[in-house]
Design a protein around this ligand. Sequence first.
Ligand SMILES: Cc1cc2nc3c(=O)[nH]c(=O)nc-3n(C[C@H](O)[C@H](O)[C@H](O)COP(=O)(O)O)c2cc1C
Length: 400
Amino acid sequence: MKNILLGITGGIAAYKTPHLVRLFKKAGYEVRIIATKNALKLVSEHSLATVSGHPVRIDTFGNSGHGVDHIDIARWADVLVIAPATANIMAKASCGIADDMLSTVFLAVSCPVVMAPGMNDIMWQSSSVQANLAVLKSRGIMFIGPEPGELACNTSGMGRMSEPETIVQFVQNFPTRIEKLRGKRVLITAGATREYFDPARFWSNPSSGRMGNELARFAADSGAHVTICHGFMEVKPASLCEAIHAPDAASMYLEVSKRFRDFDVVVMAAAVSDWTFPNTAELKSKKDALPQELQLQMVRTKDILASISAENTDDGPIIIGFAAETASGNDLVTLARKKLERKGCDMIIANDITPGKSAFGNDNNHVIIVNSDGRPPSDFEGPKSTIVRDIWERICEYFD
Ligand SMILES: Cc1cc2nc3c(=O)[nH]c(=O)nc-3n(C[C@H](O)[C@H](O)[C@H](O)COP(=O)(O)O)c2cc1C
């Protein structure tokens, strides 16, 4: 991937685009620019033409002087990046309006499209923008940002365009997407289940859902069809994924066991409670009505990983489990191997949750992977968003 078609619309962050172009070029990409007329009120055509080394396309008519330029440039592009993406371009793109060069090219490209929205926080939250966002996501448009922070309108909130460095990094990750994941059907469980004692109290664990969510995001970005079955998560389910909410262990069991055969890969990253309450009180139990020392009676939940692994067939999915252990090094490998045997799955990804080192809720993680086919264990350390690639590479070895 080397040809970047940069669409610039009339958001205040347009002033950052000469820097964005320079970063893309520094990273080795060829850049051509389409700017809307409103964008050029916020950034100069001359600056953009100078940094890109090419004229800026503005009008649908009269760019190349021959042929059909909007089709030619659409064919040239390996990726269309629209940064900043205004509320206006999102609306036009979501309903197919093609009344200027950029919106016309948007319809004519067959390459991936990334939008980096930037706008006032209230505009971003507006139901129209959110509805357009949902439509565009459902059609495979990728979004980077917006992010929370200071906004040009003397306020702060969600709406700031991601920094040019972040946008370049996002695009650079494209080639590292894993081809073998394209078209694969992937089910990922994520987050923490909550077992309710009464409507106001529950038993749970500190899982944030980040690891499963990053695995889902990577697979979806690589072209897999991803379903994320999640309990409580501190993060929103990754875009492009179908999300199914399974708040407690019993519903997670039902959702996973009824559908796991429809997938090529099942990754069980959710932290599912091992125990639940035999009955949940319908009304909140009053403190005064409870004894001074409360003894809770709990029962074991169904072991989802062991149960689907036992039911799996040779033509069924590759099944991967996670293990959270208070151990490291060889001890962690030994515990992971034992879990692998006990559960009968294909792979266990183990991490150390010793206090102080715990991966729970952190952006970083250190994982050890053991496989049922006896390969030597491998270990990866780093931000959850990057080690997911290593994990997917190991999983994709099953597709060789
Ligand atoms: C100074 C200024 C800053 C603006 N910034 C934004 C912005 O950050 N995001 C946005 O969606 N619209 C912004 N607008 C409004 C858009 O420019 C306006 O909706 C315009 O029609 C967008 O046209 P375009 O999408 O064809 O470029 C801004 C307008 C002005 C005058």
